[in-house]
Design a protein around this ligand. Structure first.
Ligand SMILES: Cc1ncc(C[n+]2csc(CCOP(=O)(O)OP(=O)(O)O)c2C)c(N)n1
Ligand code: SF4
Length: 281
């Protein structure tokens, strides 16, 4: 993390591009929380990269004055992994939707978590494909009527928290767009964490899946005495919870891939390609 010598404020992280999301979209709160977290941490804009895939949520890099990559649908994690490995001192955030991260991009998630690369991953979960106008996503509820499931979703939804906990993420949290203060605190904690942090954000789509009243009533904070070092307890809650719990679910320390790989660099032995190729002459 490279901090600034002059004091940066929220407005320093805003780009000239105005967000194009629908009024009330939960992603606005995620953007504001990102501005606030970066300002709280005083991170220099040129030392931060926001990498996204494709989706309404994945438009987020345009609205920040940091570096940004609006990559391919589902490919934000591999793109961000390359950015982080090549630039270990940069703060790299990966941001996108439930479709991007748990449908087409789902194969990358467990590997990013198990490798423990120092990335802060934010999944804006609206339980629908917003950009393509309301098809079912991997987190849509059983029975949810969408454009692609006119008789209701039949599949059991993927459980993002359980997935990343099982795969080895070293920081796992959940926030809600209607609680922006907590969201910014979770982003600060996720960025400060050395290793793979995953922040699941309930981020309603006002246009196609407006769940604000449901989550206003259901979302509940983790108990004050919650032990965030207890993986089994966190996984147990992810399996059994009836109401979504907000806060830091789990945090632990493990060697971080980018540091491990860079520490191995000094052991690399020169490889004589011409001598090797002689075997095939
Ligand atoms: C390879 C590929 N397949 C499909 C699409 C079409 N597509 C664009 S965004 C998207 C899903 C968007 O849903 P989500 O990732 O949850 O983001 P949201 O728009 O809800 O924020 C799909 C299927 C695409 N752009 N590229
Ligand atoms: S369609 Fe939904 S997810 Fe997309 S900008 Fe509008 S409210 Fe947000």
């Amino acid at each position: 993390m490279v901090t600034s010598a002059v004091t940066l404020t929220v407005k320093d992280y805003k780009s000239d591009v105005k967000p194009t999301w629908c009024p009330g979209c939960g992603d606005f709160a995620v953007l504001s929380a990102t501005y606030k977290a970066l300002a709280d941490l005083q991170l220099r804009t040129e030392r931060v990269v926001i990498v996204s895939g494709i989706g309404c949520s994945s438009r987020i890099p345009y609205f920040l004055s940091t570096y940004g990559v609006h990559s391919l649908h589902g490919r934000a994690l591999p793109m961000a992994s390359g950015v982080k490995l090549a630039n270990p001192d940069m703060t790299v955030m990966v941001m996108g939707g439930d479709g991007d991260m748990f449908a087409i991009g789902a194969g990358h998630m467990p590997h990013a978590a198990s490798r423990n690369l120092d990335l802060t991953t934010v999944c804006m979960d609206n339980q629908i494909y917003g950009l393509t106008k309301a098809q079912a996503s991997p987190t849509s509820k059983i029975g949810q009527v969408t454009k692609s499931t006119p008789y209701g979703v039949a599949a059991k939804p993927i459980n993002p928290l359980l997935t990343v906990l099982a795969a080895g993420a070293t920081f796992v949290a959940r926030g809600y767009s209607a609680k922006p203060k907590m969201l910014a605190e979770l982003f600060v904690a996720g960025i400060k964490h050395k290793g793979f942090s995953f922040i699941h954000v309930i981020s309603p789509c006002t246009e196609f899946n407006n769940t604000y009243s449901f989550y206003d009533a259901q979302a509940t904070d983790l108990p004050a005495d919650w032990d965030k070092s207890d993986l089994q307890k966190a996984m147990g809650l992810a399996i059994t919870e009836e109401k979504p719990h907000l806060g830091v679910w789990y945090e632990t320390e493990r060697p971080v891939l980018d540091q491990v790989l860079h520490s191995l660099e000094k052991e690399i032995k020169p490889f004589d390609t011409s001598a090797y190729l002689k075997r095939f002459e």
